[in-house]
Design a protein around this ligand. Sequence first.
Ligand SMILES: [Zn+2]
Length: 47
Amino acid sequence: MASICPHCKGTVNLSNVLREKDVKDSAIETLYACPHCKAVLGFSFMS
Ligand SMILES: [Zn+2]
């Protein structure tokens, strides 16, 4: 997976993307953020 950050046009891929895990109730929410400008690009949930 490689994509372009819509905010700074930097390249974001699985090896440089920032991941931040947050536990809410019993679900783990993972935020994905741009390593260049720190903009949040998306999130996913795992139970
Ligand atoms: Zn960016």
